[in-house]
Design a protein around this ligand. Sequence first.
Ligand SMILES: C[S@@+](CC[C@H](N)C(=O)[O-])C[C@H]1O[C@@H](n2cnc3c(N)ncnc32)[C@H](O)[C@@H]1O
Length: 336
Amino acid sequence: MRKRSNYKQPRKSKHSYNKPKEKKEFYTKENIFVSRMASILLLPKAEIVPLFSQRAKTTIRLNPLKGDVKKTKNSLIRKGYDLEQIPWEENTYFVLNKDKNEVSQSREYEEGKFYIQNLSSILASVLLNPQEGEKILDMCAAPGSKTTHLAALANNKAEIIANDSEISRVNSLNRVVDQFGVKNCKVTLSDGEDFGKKYPVSFDKVLLDAPCSGEGMIYMRGPKPLRFWSIQKVNRYSQIQRKLIESAFLTLKHGGTMIYSTCTLEPEENEGVVTYLLEKYPNARIEEIDLHPSIKHEKGITKWSGNKYHPEVKKTIRIIPSSEMMGFYIAKIFKE
Ligand SMILES: C[S@@+](CC[C@H](N)C(=O)[O-])C[C@H]1O[C@@H](n2cnc3c(N)ncnc32)[C@H](O)[C@@H]1O
């Protein structure tokens, strides 16, 4: 008797004959990032890496809450600071001949007499236009760049709640508030998503400078520039931002104004989040933003990658990354 062989002929699929070999294409993270940015900013791909490779100019905001700003300016000039005034914001200057590291070691900085802050971030507080006597919520406030600016713009006479959900960042926020002479400010550690329920219809102004995928801060000449960036992150943040914007809107008084800002360029984290709010709350209105001609920006976009956004988002703005301003998005929202 012939022994049965254990060998089994491989089964040939009818599809396996003459099938052309699939050509596998591999995309690096950089390829994906570049394609996305090119299609969001409507620029040729070749322009993306250079756009994200510009060194940011050192920008300082003199702090009127810590002494006379004229005296601070004069003492910096005496030390050889080459200051260029920003045309649309008083007390704000480029330092043309010093890097951030150097200015952060000066005595004036230690004493809180000036703050080092990118112009895009400065713009968000300027557009919120805080006034004396107002109740203001800074929902995601750490480390406190915008909190200190809001307090300065309102001459320390606004009542500010500066909140963050991370304990280590709240500690830095407390230090910054103290160092830069902010008064009438309560620092809280809480999830911003809960504010809408805890403090409904309570604030004249709200700043929601949301956690985001941070594309506006990417510097392509740095070491592993895309290590913190991923599409999963973009998707995850867009869900968190929806909850935060709804909560922020609920805390706003009728007739109040809020700023929604991110340092990212992704439509799903920007126009997508604003559209979500507009569709859910018919009393949310987008306000037109008037900018100084020197600010390079684009209007919000109403469709991207198969997604359609509310036509009103055209009134929102996207700051194009440059050496003067990091990539940023701002929407100004009014509650009827
Ligand atoms: C873009 S940063 C804020 C920067 C700050 N506004 C400034 O100008 O210095 C976003 C902040 O949101 C905080 N955050 C993240 N999720 C939050 C949440 N659910 N509630 C409150 N804060 C949150 C983060 O800890 C982070 O400090």
